[in-house]
Design a protein around this ligand. Sequence first.
Ligand code: BES
Ligand code: MN
Ligand code: ZN
Length: 496
Amino acid sequence: MQITFSAAALPKTGAIVIPVFEDGGKPGAYDDLDKASDGAIARAVKASAFKGKKGKILDIVAPAGLGNSRIILVGAGASKDFAALDAEALGGNAAGTLLAGRDKNAAIALSGLTAKKLAADELAARVAIGAKMKTYRFDKYRTKEEKDDKPVLAKIAVQTASTKAKAVFAEYDRINDGVFLTRNLVSEPANVLYPDSFAKQCQALSKLGVKVKVLGEAEMKKLGMGSLLGVGQGSVRESKLVAMEWLGGKKGDAPVALVGKGVTFDTGGISLKPGPGMEDMKWDMGGAGAVTGAMAALAGRKAKANVIGVIGLVENMPDGNAQRPGDVVKSMSGQTIEILNTDAEGRLVLADALWWTQETYKPSVVIDLATLTGAIIVSLAHEFAGMFTKDDKLAKQLDAAGAAVGDKLWRMPLTKTHDEMIKSDIADMQNIGGKGAGSSTAAAFLGRFIQEGVSWAHLDIAGMAWKTKDAPTCPKGGSGYGVRLLDEYVRANHEG
Ligand code: BES
Ligand code: MN
Ligand code: ZN
């Protein structure tokens, strides 16, 4: 998708998108085109229920007197409230309509449109990135798609008086590269994306200046990572640990560490999951996907911060060699774990990934992301990721970052009681907590692998990594949740 910015007159062919506020604000193009079409636009508005409400669309096809294929009016809601995320949603909604049509070329008219909370350059860049986000498709395995079902949209020209929009957009586009990378990783089936092939995709980030290190099973065994290795021992695929280093900040500044759960397929292991819906567990690497995408975003825009991304990659399979319920494993931290359910595997992977990260990089902040529990979906559905932290300042910072980019978070409880729920009869802890508060006991388990003085938050993204229906800036499928959140968190708190 090519996106350009210019103040030039609108093209006489192709589709034209015109945002309309419900309080009457609109770009100059509205009246110009209405006049040129002898009032066709005003007549269409009168004949329809279109009032400029947020998200509403009036698609005027083949307007009389114009060479344009269609005029698409997009509702923008109240102009006084219109902010960055509304502009993105508007761009996304417009793109959704364009993608369903047959136009190769489209223009979005913004000249003359003003919103109190948004400068012209931000307005144009946000509309454009919202549109681009909606154009994502994962279609590499479709060989027989009907021609009419395949989008043809190739170019969007954004009409704006702003001269800075292009540069602002370019930065958002680098972040979006990370979002698209994550969507790709999450969408890949598990026969294609497994620990080794995932690690190879990480290695490709070296072209952005990211230093990538990959540990295999022999190295992890030497390091004593019995917890992570136990999960992967039933799989024929070798487990991997990948570290991605982006050192764009001051030399010697303690880094921020992002740690991701990368279970490339979760059958549950010997505690086998039921069949229906098990295919969803191809995206049980969503946390690792988000960390990888975030590293691509940070490096892509050359963030002035030191950030380390670490992902634990394993496949959880039932097999003659798989670990059993009742097994006891020893983690790299030295702590022992009684495995009571082999399906509570994500925390076992993170236990060693978190410990290794702290030992190796001495980070000041650790944020882990994981599709960790079904229970978080019971609590928060697909609206929020669950945030678990004892650090109020970090909670505030993450909340603010999430709200700014639309990756929403809701803070959940993490207390001593939850920690007591994972006491084991024969080891230092057990990997499940008994009845109730499943997301909090999972977080408490992770907390046992966080070292003194490290500021830590755990984000349970089980409900967010995958969308089962279209959203304004995201078609159904892998969402890329977390990439923009992490990028914004770093930008707002660790740069400059
Ligand atoms: N990967 C799952 C969690 C999950 C469930 C993610 C549904 C996305 C959608 C995780 O490994 C798991 O199986 N968790 C168990 C924990 C239980 C055994 C304590 C769960 O949530 O049922
Ligand atoms: Mn599981
Ligand atoms: Zn899992």
